[in-house]
Design a protein around this ligand. Structure first.
Ligand SMILES: [Zn+2]
Length: 275
């Protein structure tokens, strides 16, 4: 599932190709998406400009015209494929929404598994429950003190708490595993056992890892691609994720990476380094 670095990379691709441009046509191949599209979806967007794009957690918000906010979530397998004006649109089987801009550029929302979402937020999008309850942005306003406060009464494992978008926005399985390895924290530790210093370490290391991953264009495992079809390469820098049985990357450690299942998700970690 695309996490913060992958969504940020898609956002930057969209900004480069679409910002300030006017929507000429919207073609909808499928209305019955996870959030069903209203019949007038295309009509409401046509003739309006994409004035701003931003990311909140794993969501992209497209600000269109004076007061339309289109929310985009890639789900498990969603992609945004962008074709510049000089390159003809090439349809994919699961292109659900195809938008053509006034200058001939075009973008398609493709989602084979249909866990993704594209919808118009009515009224103020920030007041929607999913955004109103969302935790800090790890690259902006997150602090060790804030994390410590949100963990101190929680009995869930730290791994699960960091996946909770109400605690911190945008992290998923990959970047939580990598963060806990770098912070040397056992993913099984209970949230309320995390000290203020450890909370600070988690914030610092997650920020470092996210910045490195954005520089690498995200991690391409199964479905994720950039808006131009190219791949991210941070998966080559994983210290623990998907590395079960391989030697720990800490030179002084003789252990191999373990995999356990927590809340139905794989956790990869080093049981010697992470305490
Ligand atoms: Zn180790």
């Amino acid at each position: 599932m695309p996490e913060l670095p992958e969504v940020e990379t898609v956002l930057r691709g969209m900004e480069n190709a679409l910002l300030g441009k006017c929507i000429k046509a919207v073609k909808i191949n499928r209305y019955d998406l996870r959030m069903p599209l209203p019949q007038d979806f295309g009509q409401r967007l046509t003739g309006k400009s994409i004035n701003a794009l931003e990311r909140r957690g794993k969501y992209i918000i497209m600000h269109i015209g004076d007061n339309i906010h289109v929310i985009l979530h890639l789900g498990m397998s969603g992609r945004v494929n962008i074709f510049p004006p000089n390159i003809p649109y090439k349809a994919q089987k699961h292109d659900h929404v195809v938008v053509t801009m006034g200058d001939g550029a075009c973008f398609a929302f493709e989602d084979a598994r249909r866990f993704g979402m594209v919808y118009i937020a009515e009224g103020s999008w920030k007041l929607e429950k999913r955004f109103a309850s969302m935790g800090a942005e790890p690259l902006d306003d997150w602090s060790g003190g804030e994390l410590y406060e949100s963990l101190k009464n929680k009995k869930s494992p730290i791994k699960s708490a960091l996946l909770d978008q109400r605690v911190v926005a945008g992290l998923g399985n990959i970047y939580v595993c990598e963060t806990l390895f770098r912070a040397l924290i056992d993913p099984l530790r209970l949230s309320n056992s995390i000290t203020a210093k450890e909370a600070g370490d988690i914030v610092k290391h997650s920020r470092d890892i996210l910045i490195e991953a954005i520089k690498a264009g995200g991690s391409s495992l199964k479905d994720y691609k950039h808006t131009d079809g190219s791949l991210g390469y941070f998966q080559h820098s994983f210290a623990v994720y998907n590395r079960e049985g391989e030697k720990c990357s800490n030179n002084k450690c003789a252990s191999n990476i373990s995999r356990i299942v927590q809340s139905g998700r794989s956790t990869f970690y080093c049981s010697s380094c992470q305490k």
